[in-house]
Ligand binder design. Sequence first.
Ligand code: ARG
Length: 462
Amino acid sequence: MAQLWGGRFTKQTDAAVKAFNDSLRFDCRLWKEDIEGSCAHAEMLGRKGILTSAETEEILAGLKGIAQDIESGALQFDPQYEDIHSFVEAHLTDRIGAAGKKLHTGRSRNDQVALDMRMYIRTQCGLVREQLRDLLEVILRIMEENTETCMPGFTHLQKAQPVTLAHHFGAYFEMLRRDAERLQDCRDRLNLCPLGAGALAGTTYPLDRNYTASRLGFDGPTRNSMDSVSDRDYLIEFLSDLSLIMMHLSRFSEELILWNSNEYRFVEMDDAYSTGSSIMPQKKNPDICELVRGKTGRVYGALNALLTTMKGLPLAYNKDMQEDKEPAFDAIDTVRSCLELFTGMLATLRFRGDVMRRSAANGFTNATDAADYLVVKGIPFRDAHGIIGRLVLYCIDKDCGIEDLSLDELREFSDAFGEDLYDAVSIRNCVDRRGTAGAPGREAMQEQIRLEKEWLRSWQTL
Ligand code: ARG
């Protein structure tokens, strides 16, 4: 028996219809969750006296055997079965006979698939979050090693003010930290058990939903049976969390692509994480970053696909919802491989501190500091801004920096300039005087690192 229904039909399903309708080829991924959910359901039916203890034992042993055989490869997903639920139930009945046919008492594939998918996403939430942790550890290590590595900070991709590499990477730490927090939040919200909702309206059997919920590690049962079988919010939320991760990885990738270019030369990618060109022998391309940036579109695509699939669905279950799986699985695989590769690439990246420092020292990243210097000397900021603006124009003409001008030249612009100007506009001092909480100054940066470390130390695996 490859099919769970058929009593009210007089004809075989058309082959094309079967192929169009079947989902085993992709929902076979849910086999572990399906079997675990079935075990919990059977145990509960046994405890409530709906199944005898002998039947319950037979079912549990049968399910265990199926799981072992799938694991070992002895049992393959034969496409004659419609979906993972049919596959498991049919094999159970083949193996243990009559008792197998009782497993589905008080259950529908609607609450079954809702359960399987929730459990699967719950696990993936945890796994992606652990991968974020690995990446955050690498970022923090780079931050600790580079609190003294000055580099230009940019706005409009124009050099703006000097920062440090630690500070720049600290920004990505924040983004990815929020991503990890969001995943935790998503998991906490989704952790209610839909099993027992039946097709849509619960069942007439005295099921113990609290038992199955806690047996499967949920915080409790879902509250409304129609919502339980028709809700995919948790999945949309998860996909939007994944989309944000990709958005962050994509921005990070874009920067590293720029930094790895001949124009910047801020970083050098490890040979193991780069590829060459078939025609241009000099090439060493940042393909990992480019692929991460490119794959972002797929993950956004999954989010948009599911939002669109759900938008017009009347309550409760509709077959449209079977379309949640392929994009979600693809998004998960994509994000997980991107995180793995990106982390490996970052861990082996070489930073050219000398080049970054030189770059910070030209392009007038210290112009704001020169204006602030005049303010300290009693000149109103707006006037100081004008004076330094003219000074920069003069320097551009001379092709030099503010610090390269003589005191006499400086005094042509304002007699408030003194010897101490040179110290005030040295890049390291410019950075260090930025001591506001969250800024790149030495002490402010040490404090940020301390807080991030503390947060990582308090990490709890979901
Ligand atoms: N393969 C289906 C899905 O993924 C399982 C639920 C089917 N329910 C039904 N009434 N046909 O949504």
